[in-house]
Design a protein around this ligand. Structure first.
Ligand code: ADP
Length: 424
């Protein structure tokens, strides 16, 4: 049911206004009229209008009480008094104590990993904890291992970002100089060997950066790391989580809303890892497979065209002969058929040359920074991603949509399974 156009809400301390924008091409404007409020940990400025579009699912929380106005049609809007925000604030306070200890002892800050099934608010809690940390003057590293959503860069990649400012209400965290690695699928399940390889690589580089920062009198190494993960937690998914925990040498694992996972991790993690169970917020909205696919598409569109601040991507032709395109993973053979000293799993991280063809249309290509195909291509972080908008077999060219003007910064490209239809 669609509700009225102008609504005003009086929020008591410790409560939140939740709303969703569902209808197509709808816009809802939010304004704080009095008091103080925050949105997933970012403070809202009084009297400033904030716009939300189709698909937005939002909570405006207040510690002290406030009045909020919504203009436009919301699908749902209600005030909730029961929220886990005090519990989340306590987690932040505990992390903050570890940062202070890290400063005093000149060690690294807490490395925290957030786990749980899908749609329990993992990404939201990641954002809240990062925001609270920067609001205290910290500079935490944000790591996103969720290839299904790809909040840093695009879906099909994992990445890390130094967070120096709170997330913008409408655009999220500033995406300056992220460290991004290619995976090429929507779920780790598609190639666990590759997934674990790039997770280990990312962990190595993040640890190196923390180590380097330690020498400077800067807070990046004592601020710690916050890692978001995907919602696949059973069987091989569980192994993947424990691998990530080991690779990043996590100190804290926050388990949202799954007692079984909590107990398994408590049993299997070394004693020095604190495993903490946290309730999920009643406001977290479950998304259908279709809604997830829409979020993925929207994320890729944003990568090329921006969200609030528009970007102007470039379109140009590249000759087949000027490119070397590879996909990762050769069909795996039984161990008995492998050359001596190679495991069957090794095939899963092998580069296989791809001949350009019409099948490349609409696919994403990751532009690597590798010096050559013999270089460790998977270990090289990405310069960025492009999408193929057209293939001309006669002229032997690809038309490419790229955030950067021509030429491509490198000719070694990795093919992603993800697609983007550019009908902007
Ligand atoms: P996960 O990362 O576990 O899949 P998300 O953090 O992405 O879950 O949350 C799922 C959806 O619920 C998102 O669209 C998010 O904006 C929304 N959401 C999270 N917390 C709240 C809340 N307290 N009120 C309303 N919506 C929320």
């Amino acid at each position: 049911m669609t509700e009225v156009q102008l609504q005003e809400f009086k929020l008591d301390p410790d409560s939140e206004l939740r709303f969703e924008v569902e209808s197509k091409n709808e816009k809802v404007v939010l304004e704080v009229k009095s008091g103080y409020a925050e949105l997933f940990g970012t403070e809202l400025v009084k009297g400033k209008p904030y716009e939300f579009h189709t698909g937005a699912k939002v909570a405006v929380f207040t510690w002290h009480g406030c009045t909020v106005e919504l203009r436009g049609r919301t699908e749902v809007s209600y005030v909730a008094k029961e929220t886990p925000m005090v519990v989340y604030l306590n987690v932040h306070a505990a992390l903050e104590q570890q940062r202070v200890a890290a400063e005093q002892e000149n060690t690294r800050g807490p490395v925290t990993m957030i786990v749980g099934p899908g749609d329990v608010g993992k990404s939201t809690l990641t954002r809240i904890l990062l925001n609270y940390a920067v609001r205290m003057g910290r500079r935490p590293i944000y790591v996103d291992l969720d290839v299904g959503q790809g909040q840093i860069s695009v879906p099909g990649t994992i990445g890390a970002l130094l967070v120096e400012r709170p997330a913008s209400i409408e655009e999220g965290f500033s995406q300056q100089a992220p460290l991004v690695y290619h995976f090429g699928h929507k779920s780790p399940e598609e190639n666990l060997e590759l997934y674990n390889t790039i997770v280990s690589r990312l962990a190595e580089v993040v640890a190196e950066r923390c180590e380097n920062n330690k020498k400077e009198t800067d807070s990046a190494s004592t601020s710690g790391v916050i890692i978001n993960t995907c919602g696949w937690i059973k069987h091989a998914g569980y192994k993947m989580l424990t691998h990530a925990a080991q690779a990043f040498e996590v100190d804290v694992i926050l388990v949202l809303d799954n007692e079984r996972l909590y107990n398994e991790l408590k049993r299997d993690m070394p004693k020095f890892v604190k495993v903490v169970y946290l309730p999920k917020s009643g406001g977290v909205v479950e998304r259908s497979t279709a809604a997830r696919a829409e979020v993925r598409d929207a994320r890729i569109r944003e990568y090329f065209y921006g969200k609030r601040t528009p970007y102007y991507p470039h379109s140009f032709d590249v000759k087949f002969s000027d490119l070397k395109i590879y996909k990762v993973g050769a069909p795996s053979l039984p161990d008995s058929c492998m050359p001596l000293g190679m495991r069957a799993e090794d095939a899963l991280t092998k580069l296989v040359a791809v001949q350009p063809s019409a099948a490349l249309a609409h696919r994403l290509l990751a532009v690597t920074l590798a010096a050559g195909p013999d270089d460790d291509v998977l270990a090289s972080n990405l310069a960025g991603l492009v999408t193929v908008t057209a293939v001309d077999m006669e002229r032997q060219t690809l038309t490419i949509l790229s955030p950067q003007p021509r030429p491509l910064p490198n000719t070694i490209l990795l093919l992603s399974e993800l697609q983007y239809m550019d009908n902007h």
